[in-house]
Ligand binder design. Structure first.
Ligand SMILES: Cc1cc2nc3c(=O)[nH]c(=O)nc-3n(C[C@H](O)[C@H](O)[C@H](O)COP(=O)(O)O)c2cc1C
Length: 319
């Protein structure tokens, strides 16, 4: 397998909205091209495809990280052809270089990272950790806002409003059901075993299974030490959303490498009014892409894995 094929394979571990994995890769001798797969867009939850593009950005950063960790330089062009908006990025392989230790740490976290929807414990995420994560996010061209203690109530209200509004919509419920009850060979979607039963939470977590089939309990912890961060950017242009996804990937992989559990929260940006409230938490200086809950788990029980599409489905090699 070539180094580009290995990088594309590593990217398949990337988290994505509803685990839709809305991308495919096209590999030639020295380029790796990332395409958005609009047939995997969530028409009700994400009609404009913002979260689709963010998800593709996560996959792009996973591939870049795998290349840097393997000791290869690469140049990346984002949205390289204006006539082909589905072509989100073209990575051109450069030369062999010394492996980047930071990329190696993050690459090692790629297969270990999971979305953990259980409540996190009392141990607090430190300011120093948040500052480290903020630097990584900014390096990728996005911004990070750590939600202040006095803002958590407004975040909780936003999540509550968003969750309620979505569940009131029969089209959303149908979409949710479609992506949580997949036929098993398909390799995508959110299995109920990875969803958490609704309970009173510091900030509500998306109820993936209103049919009561969730496999996880929130547990005895109360999210007291959890940090809530907002990844945001200047605007909602596709290139900005792509970079937002790359920043999200850097955040999740570095946090995982540091022993933190992570859980993205996007219902708050999917519904207009909660999204507006979130912009208020950012003092209206940017567009929120996503919230992430970070913290330490208290349970020793391993988390069930989410499935992934077979590589042959998502990677096309042109020989
Ligand atoms: C853009 C984006 C939005 C997401 N939104 C949510 C969310 O609102 N709630 C949630 O529990 N998980 C959310 N996730 C996590 C995905 O559901 C998860 O990545 C996917 O199911 C695969 O599972 P894994 O992360 O454990 O590999 C989101 C992930 C991404 C990249």
């Amino acid at each position: 397998m070539t180094v580009l094929e290995q990088a594309a394979q590593a990217s398949l571990y990337a988290p994505s909205v509803f685990n839709t994995q809305p991308w495919h890769w096209r590999i030639t001798s020295d380029t790796l091209e990332l395409y958005a797969d609009q047939s995997r867009r969530l028409d009700t939850t994400d009609p404009q495809g913002r979260l689709l593009t963010v998800s593709c950005g996560v996959a792009l950063h996973h591939a870049r990280t795998a290349l840097a960790a393997a000791g290869w330089s690469a140049t990346v062009e984002r949205l390289p052809e204006s006539s082909q908006p589905e072509l989100l990025a073209r990575i051109r392989l450069g030369e062999e270089v010394p492996p980047d230790p930071q990329a190696q740490r993050m690459a090692a976290a790629i297969p270990l990272r999971r979305t953990d929807r259980r409540a996190f414990g009392d141990r607090e995420v430190t300011e120093a950790e948040l500052a480290r994560l903020r630097r990584l996010v900014e390096f990728e061209g996005a911004y990070l806002h750590a939600v202040r203690p006095d803002q958590v109530t407004m975040l909780a209200i936003s999540a509550e409003l968003a969750g309620g509004a979505e569940l009131d919509d029969p089209a959303y419920r149908a979409e949710l059901r479609r992506w949580t009850h997949r036929p098993s060979p398909v390799g995508d979607g959110v299995p109920p075993a990875t969803a958490v039963r609704p309970e009173l939470r510091r900030v509500p977590v998306r109820d993936f299974t209103p049919d009561g089939t969730a496999g996880l309990a929130a547990g005895a912890a109360r999210d007291q030490g959890a940090a809530y961060v907002i990844v945001f950017g200047d605007d909602d242009r596709p290139v900005s959303l792509l970079r937002g996804g790359e920043a999200l990937s850097a955040l999740l992989l570095a946090a995982t490498a540091d022993g933190l559990a992570t859980a993205p929260i996007s219902d708050v940006v999917e519904v207009e009014w909660p999204r507006h409230l979130l912009r208020g938490l950012l003092a209206d200086i940017g567009q929120p892409y996503l919230v992430v809950r970070l913290g330490y788990v208290t349970s020793r029980d391993p988390l069930p894995e989410s499935p992934r599409r077979p590589a042959g489905d998502a990677i096309i090699v042109i020989r």
